[in-house]
Ligand binder design. Structure first.
Ligand SMILES: NC(=O)c1ccc[n+]([C@@H]2O[C@H](COP(=O)([O-])OP(=O)(O)OC[C@H]3O[C@@H](n4cnc5c(N)ncnc54)[C@H](OP(=O)(O)O)[C@@H]3O)[C@@H](O)[C@H]2O)c1
Length: 268
């Protein structure tokens, strides 16, 4: 998008030290927003990013917090309120994988993924709405009072053997997002999700860094390339801006066609 569509807005992006969250936070800063870069363990990357944004004339904070806990999310929202008086855009993005075949999956790995990828998103979204409600809404800056964007996955739709915890979390996120959107739209709070396909980040490095794995991954992508974090960031800027003001309760698939049943291309 041209210009500074997020000028004057305050954004908080969870899991912004790396990968998709990192690209979203950079794109928001370029679009004119002040950005909270949340991380859990990658302090160096988060601080570097804050420094880069500040250097290019933007405003950023790096905040360490585990978003799977109430205390972690409270710390995040306290920081942004203390520093900037509130928040306009919250991207609940942090996520992990702990993979195993269904019968080999431990209860611990089940819980950890649900805790971060579903419960963490819920806690974070509650914190966001509390914060939106405390702020005075300025329609000159944003048509909506507040915007929540979840990073979901094509696996909110595509079953994924070997990743039942992840698929269950993302499937749950779909109805969390839709229910929240319906409950809060009348307050002019816009809730949506982005569902990325295969995006080259640390989370799936074991697949794309291996030649055979990369080939198999490409077979699942009709558009013929693995996605970049910036592909998601561009969609996230649009979804946070007034250009998408009438978009409520939608999942935007950004997946190079992965959800189009690619194995049917030559069938029938
Ligand atoms: N890459 C893909 O192909 C793909 C596809 C669909 C959906 N997604 C989704 O996109 C989101 C981002 O994934 P990614 O690919 O960018 O992964 P990534 O490169 O591994 O980055 C994950 C980020 O989440 C943070 N994080 C993890 N647990 C956290 C916690 N408890 N509290 C706070 N931050 C935490 C990490 O911070 P630290 O490094 O500091 O721990 C890191 O910044 C996830 O929700 C993922 O499910 C990814």
């Amino acid at each position: 998008m041209e210009g500074k569509p997020l000028a004057g807005q305050r954004a908080l992006v969870t899991g912004a030290s790396k990968g998709i969250g990192n690209a979203i936070a950079c794109a928001y800063a370029s679009a004119g927003a002040s950005v909270v870069v949340n991380y859990r363990s990658s302090r160096e990357e988060a601080e570097q990013m804050k420094a880069d944004i500040n250097k290019s004339g933007g405003e950023a904070l790096a905040v360490k917090a585990d978003i799977s806990t109430i205390e972690g999310c409270e710390k995040l929202f306290r920081s942004v309120e203390q520093e900037w008086g509130g928040v306009d855009i919250v991207v609940a993005n942090a996520g992990i994988q702990r993979d195993a075949a269904f019968m080999e999956m431990s209860a611990e790995d089940w819980h950890r993924v649900i805790d971060v990828n579903l419960t963490g998103q819920f806690i974070c979204a509650q914190g966001a709405v509390r914060c939106f409600r405390r702020c005075k809404h300025d329609p000159e800056i944003s048509a909506a009072r507040g915007k929540v964007i979840f990073t979901s996955s094509v696996h909110q739709k595509i079953p994924w053997p070997g990743h039942v915890n992840y698929a269950a979390a993302k499937g749950g996120l779909k109805l969390l997002m839709e229910t929240m959107a319906l409950e809060l739209a009348h307050e002019k709070i816009r809730v949506n999700a982005i569902a990325p396909g295969a995006i080259q980040t640390d989370i799936n490095e074991d697949v794309w860094s291996d030649e055979e794995g990369r080939k198999k991954m490409l077979q699942l992508i009709p558009y013929g390339r693995i996605g970049e974090p910036e592909d998601i960031a561009k969609a996230a800027v649009w979804l946070a801006s007034d250009e998408s003001d009438y978009v409520v309760g939608t999942t935007l698939f950004v997946d190079g066609g992965m959800t189009l049943y690619p194995s049917f291309r030559d069938a029938g």
